[in-house]
Design a protein around this ligand. Sequence first.
Ligand code: SF4
Length: 273
Amino acid sequence: MQSIGYIHSIETFGTLDGPGIRYVIFLQGCPLRCKFCHNPDTWRVGAGKKRTADDLVNEIKSYLPYYKSSGGGVTVSGGEPLLQTEFLLPLFKKLKKLGVHTAIDTSGFAEVEKVKEMLNYTDLVLLSIKHADPEKHQNICGRSSERPRAFARYLTKINKPVWIRYVIIPGLTDDDESLDKLTEWINPMENVTRLELLPYHSMGMYKWEKLGLSYSLTDVPIPAPEQMELLRKRFSISLPHLYSNSASEPAGMQHSPGMPCQADNDRRPGIYL
Ligand code: SF4
């Protein structure tokens, strides 16, 4: 019997989640509860539309010329895609047989042993670091950072290409100590090829209200473009190996970043190195 994926939504012409033009699958279900989440409608496990890997691959095949000619492929985002590894494994195996570039967009909240095989069929990991300080990580997303740390260590061990995503939230993630800790985390990861700094926004707030949830960041301002530019400069000094002379076109990469994760069109350009 084929394993079933629980799908929140699909974007057939994504340009924000990995290189090139991509088929982006947003899976349903997330174990985190990020205070800044703009997609709380993806949280519930077991909801969403059921699709098989074959079904999706057949659909993807019709778009393949676009993805391949742009250097793109398929990205699985969420929610948290690693909650559905049993579905991802056959899906990625089939895609790799077709020569498709594969990526996951994840918080890294997974048991390494359970995702190792799937990672063999994954070309790129977009790793969204919620906070580099353990206590603040717990505070911001309701979960310990131990699993994301272990996941990141494993990615480095197997030299898996990684893009880091980090949301700049005034008063929560943008102080010097937090940014220094982020640098300390990323610096030894020789497999990281890109850092995306994403400005916080509150455009998903209406979804919280719709779901009867209490949004705690109502008074948090959106970072000014000048602040984002200063932060970009800061990281260009602290992580020079990720620095590109062009702020708008990092080496080998083609697109503005989207949000850390995931299913939504409420995206804003970030600043990346
Ligand atoms: S931001 Fe992403 S990881 Fe965090 S709660 Fe929302 S869907 Fe989950």
